[in-house]
Write a protein that binds this ligand. Structure first.
Ligand SMILES: C[S@@+](CC[C@H](N)C(=O)[O-])C[C@H]1O[C@@H](n2cnc3c(N)ncnc32)[C@H](O)[C@@H]1O
Length: 373
């Protein structure tokens, strides 16, 4: 293998939002994005793997398919794993960990399968096997076909590397970016979140508007691979570096919780987008229309689970809908919530909702309107 080889690259996505990630990958110029359950497949060389990790906002992680072979029993797996060209991709001095899954195959014991591959790597390449290794190799045995993939991201890509302050139930950055795209955010219009928590939607939107790369402040597992070229990657990063200029704010956040506002402010500063944002402590009933052209209101209000809260929640959604209808003519609204009844309680003219998406163990949907009358 050389670094000009083209690989099948799998971008992991939250189930339900695969087509949104496929659109993002297409817009970013990646080759042949195809959505399938759990992600999007593209093709490219190692530089495209770095670029996917560095620039795609919606991908949870980026896996590279290194190769596949048939194995009908463990001895065969052992033999073929020893012939696999590990040294083309892995380094002898970097520890690695193997995870295996088996489906519809004669080899059914995933731990034994993982152990065979680990032994092959240790004995043919000389790399250490460690359960804490930053590099994770994924072995999937399906219908007796062994497919070897590598997780090139390391930490989940929602960890942008700058967030210092989170409140309760923050939205993952990857999910927030996908919902912004699904709500038709074009990178230009103002965005307002009246229950902004730690400010995730606004910071993602502000970064998108100025072209700040989501992966600019973090490290990736691919930096430990034999194929990594630190100089070329540094060039890729600097080629897209932008300076955020002072400008009137276009990203407005409010929350009734003072701690949330302090967190949002701190996160916006850490992300380098503070000049574009404006945060105020305010309850939804006191929400004011900002002095800006109409844009997108995006919010994930509390949805709670406790029965005692239900009445209060219905009232809160009712107030939210009323305030938006009265004060936000011309704006579009996107609400992410788990409960169709709560969405309905806003009285807002929603289009049909999006598919269910897992958010911290709860299924949520995106409810959006056209421009409010
Ligand atoms: C689910 S959290 C939003 C999380 C946010 N999207 C993030 O990524 O961090 C809901 C937020 O609504 C705020 N909230 C609840 N009731 C409110 C009200 N009446 N007015 C304004 N904010 C309210 C809470 O303080 C909380 O920060």
């Amino acid at each position: 293998m050389t670094d000009t080889d083209t690989y099948e690259i799998f971008l992991v996505a939250p189930p339900g939002l695969e087509p949104v990630l496929a659109d993002e990958a297409r817009a970013a110029g990646f080759a042949t994005p195809t959505a399938s359950p759990g992600g999007v497949t593209i093709h490219g060389d190692w530089a495209e793997v770095w670029r996917a990790n560095l620039t795609l906002r919606g991908a949870t992680r980026v896996l590279v398919r290194l190769g596949s072979f048939r194995a009908f029993h463990l001895a065969q797996l052992d033999k073929r794993a020893r012939k696999f060209p590990w040294g083309d991709v892995l380094r002898a001095d970097i520890p690695v960990r193997v995870e295996a899954v088996c489906k519809r195959s004669k080899i059914y014991h995933h731990k034994a399968a993982a152990q065979r591959v680990e032994t092959a790597i240790r004995e043919t390449l000389g790399a250490t096997i460690s359960k804490d290794a930053a590099l994770v190799l994924k072995v999937r045995i399906d219908d007796n076909l062994v497919t070897i993939s590598l997780d090139t991201s390391g930490d989940s890509l929602h960890k942008r590397g700058y967030k210092t302050a989170t409140g309760k139930a923050p939205m993952r950055e990857t999910l927030a970016a996908l919902f912004l795209n699904a709500a038709g955010y074009d990178g230009q219009e103002p965005v307002l979140d009246p229950m902004c928590g730690s400010g995730t939607f606004l910071i993602e939107a502000a970064e998108m508007s100025v072209g700040l790369l989501p992966g600019r402040a973090r490290h990736f597992a691919f930096e430990h691979l034999a194929s990594f070229d630190a100089e070329a990657f540094a060039k890729m990063k600097t080629a897209t570096r932008v300076q955020v200029a002072e400008a009137p704010p276009r990203f407005f956040g409010s929350d009734r919780n003072a701690g949330a506002i302090a967190n949002s402010q701190q996160n916006a500063e850490a992300a380098g987008v503070a000049p574009l944002t404006h945060f105020t402590e305010a309850a939804i009933s006191d929400l004011e229309r900002p002095d800006a052209p109409p844009g997108l209101v995006i919010v994930n209000p509390p949805y709670g689970g406790r029965i005692g809260n239900k009445k209060l929640l219905f009232a809160l959604y009712g107030t939210l809908g009323k305030v938006l209808m009265e004060r936000f003519a011309g704006w579009r609204v996107a609400i992410i919530t788990s409960d169709g009844g709560l969405a309905k309680a806003t009285g807002l003219p929603f289009l049909p909702p999006g598919p269910p998406v897992d958010h911290g163990g709860t299924k949520v949907k995106l409810y959006q309107t056209s421009q409010l009358p």
